[in-house]
Design a protein around this ligand. Structure first.
Ligand code: ACM
Ligand code: ZN
Length: 537
């Protein structure tokens, strides 16, 4: 196996680009995103027969083969399963004596057809994703460049987040979001389910979370900075039933994507308080927020009833989401109410805490103990470091990388998600040319050039960096089309950051692969943003 060489690849590109025809240029090169670990091209093509046969023996192989059958069906290509090893596409999944990484696959495309070998079902699935990116239409035939690929991921946490609280997105869209994630070998979907502006998950023990907390009376029009604030006067909301959640969890699992649910505490809790006001320090009344921002009314850290409520909620959440991590937020929690609350102040005294920051740490540590007792792990935004990090907590570093670095240095798992590179609610071009967004400036290249492994960490500390994810907050994202516009193509850049070896990453090479990827996104009618030529330099 030849080590993939960016230089050789670029020379090849310069020499071998063909003129445009059909869907997009059929180029004798491998346009896969994220770029695999090693690629060895022989320059020719395998042409698919009129009816494609797929050899898949075990249940795991047949499960993965179904994605190929669905793909061929949408492209109008007759395809069927077979046990015959002389098939067009052979899927082989078996345990190897070699210790190969989770997600590893080896694919050979030659004049006889396609063979994908893996030692894990996820690896077979990723091989099939790569294959589906390679199959291209030309005239009335379908072709695949002949190639040998060996591939496996760099990071274990390859994530995308979606805020469904500021604006609500239907189950069908969540599935589509997950489908696209799978195409680019992401494996973690962070589902931000509770907020000041709406609570989006049915909890059977607390029905008012669905009937009251899931709705706000109106929504801000325009940007927060537009003064005076104007509102639309329209009641807005929605939530997922537990049946819908199960359906999405199952859908994601079939695509080797774990869902990490986020239940925010102690802050960003106004919607919950609107339904159950006794959980706040003042007792309310409260309303779900109609503006964006950070609000003083948060869960009371002094009352036992807060912990009873949250443990009940988490019981139902843990029963729905089989993944190891539960995200508990922990960000942006003002201490204003706690400073004045007799319950909170009593808690500070009885627990021997120094201040409200330590009270937040008490809160998260107590919740962590509960989650750990049920076999789950806690992850929270980097504010959970303040006042002392809970003993087993993982940190999602969003206010830059400092929180993540500090956590890794003290032996805590970390997911990098810094605002300067991985906030997909930020602008990706000149604000004057773009739809209204939160702010910031995160063009495609900035995402591509991000590296989740800070050079200040030792090799051992680096081991705590689980990976990275991008966050899609939806204050200014009202529609599914807009969500896709903000996520793509930046998610392609991130996919390469979290999957591909650092030495294979090359901006110019990535740019050369984009037209093919845009063709793939066009096949699915994805509303991705088309970068301007000057942004691709
Ligand atoms: C955050 O953006 N408040 C985590
Ligand atoms: Zn209180």
């Amino acid at each position: 196996m030849l080590r993939f060489s960016i230089f050789a690849f670029s020379v090849f590109l310069l020499c071998c680009c063909k003129p445009k025809q059909q869907e997009q240029p059929i180029q004798p090169l491998v346009n896969i995103v994220p770029i695999p670990v090693t690629v060895n091209q022989t320059g020719g093509f395998f042409t698919l027969p009129e009816t494609v046969t797929i050899a898949a023996g075990s249940a795991a192989e047949q499960g993965v083969a179904q994605f190929l059958l669905d793909f061929f069906s949408t492209q109008g290509v007759p395809a069927k399963l077979t046990q015959d090893s002389a098939a067009t596409i052979v899927l082989r999944n078996f345990v190897s004596k070699e210790m190969l990484p989770e997600g590893y696959y080896h694919m050979v495309v030659n004049k006889d057809g396609v063979d994908i070998f893996s030692t894990t079902t996820s690896g077979l699935f990723y091989g099939v994703q790569s294959l589906m990116q390679l199959i291209q239409a030309e005239q009335n035939t379908w072709k695949i460049p002949t190639v040998t690929i060996t591939d496996f991921p760099r990071f274990a946490w390859r994530g995308l987040h979606l805020d469904v609280c500021r604006h609500f997105f239907p189950v069908e869209f969540i599935k589509r979001y997950i489908d696209l994630m799978a195409q680019y070998k992401f494996n973690t979907f962070h589902w931000h389910l509770t907020e000041d502006q709406g609570w989006r998950i049915e909890i059977k023990k607390y029905p008012k979370l669905a009937t009251t907390a899931a709705y706000r009376k109106e929504t801000l029009i325009g940007h927060y900075s537009d003064q005076p604030h104007k509102f639309d006067g329209q009641r807005y909301g929605g939530y997922y039933t537990q049946e819908e959640i199960k359906e999405v969890v199952d859908y994601a699992a079939k695509r080797f994507i774990t869902i990490v649910p986020e239940i925010e505490m102690p802050g960003h809790a106004l919607a919950a308080l609107s339904a159950y006001p006794h959980l706040g320090c003042t007792g309310g009344p409260y309303e779900a927020a109609t503006l964006w921002g950070v609000f003083d009314d948060v869960f009371c850290a002094g009352k036992e009833s807060t912990f009873e409520f949250l443990e009940d909620v988490l019981d139902e959440v843990m029963a729905l989401f089989p993944g190891e991590y539960i995200h508990v937020g922990g960000d942006e929690c003002p201490k204003t109410r706690w400073e004045k609350c007799t319950h909170c102040q009593k808690r500070i005294k009885t627990e021997g805490l120094h201040d409200e920051h330590e009270l937040q740490s008490y809160f998260i540590t107590r919740i962590e103990k509960y989650l750990n007792s049920k076999g789950k792990k806690l992850i929270g935004w980097d504010e959970i470091l303040e006042g002392g990090l809970a003993p087993n907590a993982a940190v999602m570093s969003w206010r830059g990388e400092e929180g993540g670095i500090a956590a890794a240095q003290t032996g805590h798992n970390v997911v990098m998600s810094p605002g300067f590179a991985l906030y997909f609610d930020h602008y990706q071009g000149e604000p004057k040319d773009e739809p209204v967004a939160f702010g910031g400036n995160t063009p495609l290249k900035k995402v591509y050039e991000y590296d989740p492994a800070p050079s200040s960490l030792s090799q051992e500390e680096m081991g705590y960096i689980l990976g990275a994810q991008a966050n899609l907050w939806t204050e200014y994202i009202k529609t599914t089309e807009q969500a896709e516009y903000m996520a793509y193509p930046r998610a392609l850049a991130l996919a390469e950051v979290v999957w591909s070896p650092k030495e294979n990453r090359d901006w110019n090479n990535f740019v050369q692969r984009l037209p093919h990827q845009f063709m793939l996104l066009d096949r699915k009618n994805v509303n991705y943003r088309k970068p301007k030529p000057e942004e691709l330099k």
